[in-house]
Design a protein around this ligand. Structure first.
Ligand SMILES: Nc1ncnc2c1ncn2[C@@H]1O[C@H](COP(=O)(O)OP(=O)(O)OP(=O)(O)O)[C@@H](O)[C@H]1O
Length: 267
């Protein structure tokens, strides 16, 4: 089974551009195995950060994309029927707890509350995971750590983490990086020049000001990387931006015009 966990080790150094003191803070939190919450809008670097930290710490990383249909069994495990009868199969959270991985639950707020509560006994001093159907109590491996991501923009009264869940985590805030740093990231990830990357970032900054004024979410670093990748492939910048920055985020014709106009001031 040791080899099965090894598939979750990150072998190549992920490119992560440090933005502030997040690396030191995370290392300190990991050293006391504090459960952590990475807060910030979609596509701003949370996943890349946790990949980088898992690599730096030399720990396996098990990522679970949460959704509203997810049940506790999807995290913890279930009995399966096969030719030789029933057998237990650990879910990703149980594997991480047993073998000492970092378990990253992406967008945990999407999961139903009866699913979320299974993480509670793992996030306090007990550090245990009860496999109720199997009748086993897994004592978490000393290296195990739980990390969740959380987009504060998406929460509503109906859909939010309970205080009893939130208060089990330390939290690091993420946001789109400052202009020069985001330009560096876009240039690095796509191969476009710093000049083009800088223009893409400027377009995003304009669009981010429209958040809450007709746009639900700003243009993310991820979208800029899509735009840069197309431009690097020779696609004309205006067309690349339309496909990757404007069309995906709004269907409103006026908003599309406003964003197209922002693009044309730079390209
Ligand atoms: N600080 C950074 N250093 C290096 N790359 C970055 C950084 N910030 C963002 N990126 C780039 O942006 C892309 C999107 O970031 P990432 O996938 O980490 O977003 P996320 O915040 O986890 O989004 P989601 O909440 O939707 O999962 C990454 O693939 C990476 O290329």
């Amino acid at each position: 089974m040791q080899t099965a966990i090894e598939q979750y080790l990150i072998r190549n150094t992920p490119y992560y551009r440090t933005v502030a003191d997040e690396v030191e803070l995370y290392e300190a939190a990991y050293s006391v195995r504090m459960p952590m919450m990475l807060k910030g809008p979609t596509g701003c670097g949370k996943t890349r950060f946790i990949e980088y930290m898992a690599w730096k710490l030399g720990k396996p990383l098990i990522t679970v994309a949460c959704n509203e249909d997810m049940t506790a069994s999807d995290l913890v495990g279930r009995f399966l029927l096969d030719a030789s009868g029933t057998r237990w199969q650990d879910g990703p959270l149980a594997i991480a707890a047993r073998f000492g991985a970092i378990c990253y639950l992406d967008e945990v707020v999407e999961a139903r509350q009866d699913t979320t509560v299974v993480i509670h006994p793992l996030t306090d001093a007990r550090r245990v995971l009860p496999l109720e159907k199997k009748g086993e109590l897994v004592q978490a491996h000393p290296d195990f750590q739980l990390v969740i991501s959380y987009n504060p923009g998406y929460q509503s009264l109906m859909k939010d983490l309970k205080q009893s869940t939130k208060q089990r985590f330390g939290a690091l805030d993420f946001n789109y990086p400052a202009h020069a740093i985001e330009t560096e990231i876009v240039a690095h990830e796509t191969g476009v020049s710093a000049e083009i990357a800088g223009k893409l970032v400027s377009i995003a900054e304009r669009a981010r000001n429209l958040k809450g004024h007709g746009l639900d979410e700003g243009i993310s670093t991820r979208m800029l990387i899509y735009a840069g990748s197309l431009i690097a492939k020779g696609v004309e910048p205006m067309a690349a931006c339309r496909v990757t920055l404007v069309r995906p985020i709004t269907d409103d014709p006026d908003m599309r015009d406003a964003l197209d106009a922002a693009v044309s001031t730079f390209f």
